[in-house]
Design a protein around this ligand. Structure first.
Ligand SMILES: Nc1ncnc2c1ncn2[C@@H]1O[C@H](COP(=O)(O)OP(=O)(O)OP(=O)(O)O)[C@@H](O)[C@H]1O
Ligand SMILES: [Mg+2]
Length: 179
């Protein structure tokens, strides 16, 4: 991304289920593609069916999943590939671990109230969790630890997708101009 550093940047979206991580990450991927910059998107839905198919949603398994993704992001970034990740990644410690492996890490808190996420319920998972048909669901039975010092917070409840995308691109461009 930037001229002086050979390493890719890692944009790490974190937020409740249905907060908008996948939606925003796909738009940011397009931004890189349009600029002909190398980019790899890592998404929880895909990874849970492939690389981390063996894992469940206990804290231990969630931590293993995020560690795997953090190492994968590191490998990609080391080869100058920009990484955009979209995982709930509810635990601060694991997000900090991911950060610790990167030279250029941008944590984006995708902020949206639980009530609004429940209203969206894109995959019907909140409904299942609220009916106790599934357990260990973040926002219902499991905690989400809000980031203390993310590089950026985007509010997907108050602002439009377009507005959030603009905020993110502005941040990336300002940041890469400084490196
Ligand atoms: N400003 C916004 N930014 C992102 N998504 C928004 C916004 N406003 C409304 N939405 C809608 O909210 C939903 C978010 O779903 P999305 O699958 O992106 O969430 P997610 O955080 O990836 O959830 P999960 O953790 O379950 O994968 C989409 O239907 C999207 O259109
Ligand atoms: Mg998603």
């Amino acid at each position: 991304m930037n001229k002086n550093s050979k390493k890719g940047i890692v944009i790490w979206f974190t937020g409740l289920p249905c907060s908008g991580k996948t939606t925003l990450s796909k738009e940011i991927e397009k931004y890189f593609q349009e600029k002909n910059l190398p980019v790899q998107r890592l998404d929880g839905d895909v990874v849970r069916k492939t690389i981390s198919r063996d894992l469940g949603f206990s804290k231990k398994d969630r931590d293993i999943n995020i560690k795997r993704m953090a190492y994968l992001a590191q490998m990609l970034a080391n080869h100058n590939i920009n990484v955009i990740s979209a995982f709930v990644s509810p635990y601060r410690e694991m997000r900090d671990f991911a950060r610790s492996l990167q030279e250029n890490f941008i944590e984006i808190y995708v902020k949206c109230s639980k009530e609004k996420c429940i209203e969206r319920d894109v995959k019907g998972m909140y409904k299942k969790a609220l009916n106790n048909e599934i357990k260990d669901f973040t926002g219902v039975q499991d905690p989400f630890e809000e980031p203390h010092n993310p590089e950026l917070t985007v509010n997907t409840e108050k602002n439009s997708i377009e507005c959030n995308i603009r905020e993110i691109i502005d941040y990336i461009e300002k940041q890469s101009a400084q490196v």
